[in-house]
Design a protein around this ligand. Structure first.
Ligand SMILES: NC(=O)N[C@@H](CC(=O)O)C(=O)O
Ligand SMILES: [Zn+2]
Ligand SMILES: [Zn+2]
Length: 428
């Protein structure tokens, strides 16, 4: 295995240092390091962060390999600076048994671009009727700790309570897609003046907030761990803030697209902007940014949701919900949080690496770049700006809402256990 000497990297935005990656770990950190035979990477001007960890990725395999595979999705992840992703369970078949989660986990290992931690479904077939075999998935080789019916809400309060109780046995967490189904029947976009004007059925904020409030109470009642997926409204941020203040064991994520895009884009009727939960208002965007800055929102998760063009290039109402996110996440966080003065690079490391690894109970990721830590590293150049070119994506899908937009930053290199998955901005 090669040894890499990274020269003059600004770790978490600090003064330049050298990092020696050897035998899969960070062997040394210091000035003027030397190592015979090491491959030297000049990181002058680059920020070094611990490898990013995504708690919410859709890899689509098994079942929709036309949209994404474990291999293509983890290539995209590496290009985005990620060294670990949690693969959501809404595949075909659903990841609701030890067999399916082990298959996804193994495919991740074989591809080798990024560690894949399968998320287990909460209910059989995401049907919301009976609990899946959570214990068997937890005990499997995939060691599942995050359980979610994402794509669908666990709307039945009794099932949600039982799931929260069950996961306590193995220190798991239930990640809820908070969407009250009756309040969102046929919903197409954020409910507001604009949805009325555009003639698209509205998805009201209260449909998200009511489920989050209920689940915080349930988690408090049974003393379990709740994670809230893709928080999108100011009201949700406030509910999580109040629950945390009461001591509820709740964590929450915001997605890059909800930090930058607003519901006004629906006026284009371009389904590239159709996502669940929907793009909200400017006030919601501001509340999410503030919540992410003050720690109410623990992490940024991509909700990378690849869809083939036939599911997106159609009229709004017929189009699939979801957008790509892995390759642009760090750039969006730089634009909306770092360049806006709301977060420094240490804060980014917390929200995109340390905290998601903690929530997912992933031991080998999300550790400070110190001697002895696993050599999971991303080198990022925050000084460049570049237009987003969907054709250049490593994903099999092209549904990025940022096409043609100029975004800051570029992932120059990603190392997974000391081995480069990306070098000079290209996959290795
Ligand atoms: N976010 C989305 O709009 N779509 C996701 C499902 C989900 O995250 O709820 C998908 O699987 O496509
Ligand atoms: Zn969801
Ligand atoms: Zn999702």
């Amino acid at each position: 295995m090669s040894t890499y000497l990274i020269r003059n990297a600004s770790v978490l935005g600090g003064d330049p240092v050298d990092l020696l990656l050897r035998d899969g770990v960070v062997a040394e950190v210091g000035s003027g390091l030397d190592a015979e035979g090491a491959e030297v990477v000049d990181a002058t001007g680059l920020v070094a962060l611990p490898g990013l960890v995504d708690l919410h990725t859709h890899l689509r395999e098994p079942g929709r390999e036309d949209a994404e595979t474990v291999e293509s999705g983890t290539r995209a992840a590496a290009m985005g600076g990620f060294t670990a992703v949690h693969a959501m369970a809404n595949t075909e078949p659903v990841a609701d048994t030890a067999g399916v989660v082990e298959q996804v986990w193994r495919l991740g290992r074989e591809a080798g671009f990024c560690d894949v931690y399968p998320v287990g479904a909460v209910t059989v077939g995401l049907q919301g009727e009976r609990l899946a075999e959570l214990g068997a998935m937890a005990d499997s080789a995939a060691r599942v700790r995050v359980f979610s019916d994402d794509g669908k809400c666990v709307s039945d309060a009794v099932l949600m309570r039982r799931a929260l109780e069950y996961v306590k046995a193995f220190d798991g967490v239930v990640a809820q897609h908070a969407q009250e189904p009756r309040l969102t029947e046929g919903a197409q976009m954020n409910e507001g003046e604009l949805s009325g004007k555009l003639g698209l059925t509205g998805w009201p904020a209260v449909a998200e907030e009511a489920v989050i409030a209920r689940d915080c109470l349930l988690a408090e009642h049974v003393g379990s761990r709740l994670h809230v997926c893709h928080v999108s409204t100011a009201g949700s941020v406030q509910i999580v803030r109040e629950a945390k203040a009461r001591g509820v064991d709740v964590t929450a994520e915001a997605c890059p697209h909800h930090l930058i895009l607003t519901d006004e884009l629906a006026a284009t009727y371009d389904p590239i902007y159709k996502v669940n939960p929907p793009l909200r208002t400017r006030a919601d965007v501001e509340a999410l940014r503030a919540g992410l800055a003050d720690g109410t929102i623990d992490i940024v998760a991509t909700d990378h949701a690849p869809h083939p063009h036939e599911d997106k290039d159609c009229e709004w109402a017929a189009a699939a919900f979801g957008m790509l996110g892995l390759e642009t996440a760090l750039s969006i966080v730089q634009e909306t949080m770092v360049d806006a003065g709301l977060l420094d690079w240490a804060g980014v490391a917390e929200r995109m690496s340390y905290a998601p690894a903690r929530i997912g109970r992933v031991a080998d990721h999300g550790q400070p770049l110190e001697p002895g830590s696993p050599a999971n590293v991303v080198l990022y150049d925050p000084s460049v700006r570049r237009p987003v070119d969907p054709a250049g994506s490593a994903s099999l899908s092209r549904n990025t809402p940022y096409r043609g937009m100029e975004l800051p930053g570029r992932v120059v290199a990603t190392f997974l256990r000391g081995r480069p998955t990306v070098l000079d901005g290209a996959l290795v």
